[in-house]
Write a new protein. Structure first.
Length: 259
């Protein structure tokens, strides 16, 4: 039996015995089960079972004689009909799989949104109400990861009534929306027309910057200052740290040009 025939019939879901039986009937024509066994090498005890399955699939016709005789349905007809059946089933399986994935996706999204809402409400309440349990102001906290750092900066800007900030121009677009409602002073190293639309911000242009770090002082008591790569930042309410950064900000502001 040609290897390509067996391999491709296996792709269509035929067993090796079914493939050999059909191939033999196609090649030699009508015959009995015993003749088929002899020519194909299929054990005689298995031939009727194999032929019955081929008949159910539409590949074999049976003559009710004694002994029964079997012949192959023309390959073009049998394969065409069987192929359509397989493809319809495959399409239905695909649709069912998509429906299942969509349901799982929808359920998962709902569960995540619910978890985020519940945790956000309950944990934020705990966070805001911790009072005397607040960590010491002597602590300097380390923040890792660009998105985490930007999130903390935006949060500190939104929660402040007055800010002092040295803003690298490379971060302007990412923080602009948070600055629209802010009040305070910002030193920046680029001129950008949209910065002039920040009505609550007094702007200063720094011609030369010794480094590209962001420094934010909120309400004169909370600070965030970053590395140049924005992969690491430090957050502190330590009065000494705040004082040092405020002095640095004031020095840079005196050197900068009002916009």
């Amino acid at each position: 039996m040609e290897a390509g025939v067996l391999q491709n019939m296996r792709v269509l879901g035929f067993t090796p015995y079914e493939a050999r039986a059909y191939h033999t009937l196609v090649k030699y024509g009508e015959m009995t089960a015993r003749e088929l066994s002899s020519l194909s090498g299929i054990p005689y005890s298995k031939t009727y079972e194999v032929l019955s399955r081929l008949q159910e699939k539409g590949f074999v016709e049976v003559q009710k004689s004694r002994p029964m005789r079997f012949k192959a349905v023309a390959p073009r007809d049998a394969l065409g009909r069987y192929g359509m059946h397989l493809l319809r089933n495959l399409e239905e399986e695909h649709r069912e799989h998509i429906r299942s994935l969509e349901e799982r996706f929808k359920t998962r999204v709902e569960a995540i949104n619910q978890a985020l809402r519940i945790l956000g409400e309950r944990l934020q309440t705990l966070y805001e109400g911790r009072g005397a349990l607040e960590a010491s102001k002597e602590v300097i906290w380390t923040i890792k990861g660009r998105e985490n750092i930007l999130c903390q900066i935006r949060s500190l800007i939104r929660g402040s009534s007055q800010i002092e900030m040295i803003l690298p121009g490379s971060l302007l677009n990412e923080l602009y929306e948070s600055l629209r409602e802010a009040r305070g002073e910002v030193i920046i190293d680029v001129e950008d027309e949209k910065m002039r639309r920040l009505r609550g911000i007094a702007l200063y242009r720094m011609e030369e910057t010794p480094f590209k770090c962001l420094i934010l002082i909120a309400d004169g008591r909370n600070t965030i200052f970053t590395s140049e790569s924005l992969e690491t930042a430090f957050k502190s309410s330590n009065p000494g740290v705040v004082t040092i950064l405020k002095h640095f900000f004031q020095h840079e502001r005196e050197e900068a040009k009002p916009l």
